[in-house]
Design a protein around this ligand. Sequence first.
Ligand code: SF4
Length: 274
Amino acid sequence: MAVPIDNYLRNQFMPHMWCPGCGHGIVLGAVLRAIGRLDLPKDEVCIVSGIGCASRAPGYLDFNTVHTTHGRALAFATGIKLARPDLHVIVLTGDGDASAIGGNHLIHAARRNMGVTTVMFNNSIYGMTNGQYSPMTPKGRYASTAPYGNVERNFDMCGLVKAAGGNYVARATTAHARQLSNYVEHAIQTPGFAFVEAVTQCPTYFGRRNKMGTPVDMIEWFRKNSVNAAAAAKLDPEELDGKIVIGEFYRGDAPEYTRVYEDVIKRAKEAAAR
Ligand code: SF4
């Protein structure tokens, strides 16, 4: 039977700081349920985050936890995994943290195929700093720094991670919590770099500025505007405009970095012994 998620919370730090209706609790619940189904011992899990609303999550979690600096969660996670390859290292990061200041760390963690699971909470905005647009804000949407509508195209982070060399890539939304949790479970089980994009609602800044209604309306909008990967493959780019494509996009079997690095350590020891 799955472990109840309360078992993984530092209840002494409640209430949490997230706004009422924020989707981050749904994403975090999906992550904790995946860990519970896998029955991972707490001491064998290390959760790492950067800066932002999503990155506050580790403070509430009863594992080894590291709350680091903006955009650098994957740099810290890389060091942790190299020092302790036996740990399940899980990065919880926001869209600004992962795709802007931390973008380069993400690309290289994927290129190295570092054995880290990354869950990117994509609320399409910088929530913690009052709603500036991020690289994940869709074109035409409003933000405090895009009062006439964002003119930039948003990143396809799943496409980026796949192209960079990660072994697992998937996306779901808070309207698909069970699916999201299953993807996180598969990501944790994947040797090598695994990336799950969790599309989540920020009713306070993104939803209000874009007139998306209540948090429930936003989840309903995700549900109505999501297309699974198999159906999306049959649609034209125009038909997919504004849609969220969900599903498991890639599973690879490239060797995980710390396993490869073990050979380097072995060769170095042999050379030193000669
Ligand atoms: Fe959630 Fe947005 Fe509030 Fe941050 S600002 S806690 S993302 S609703």
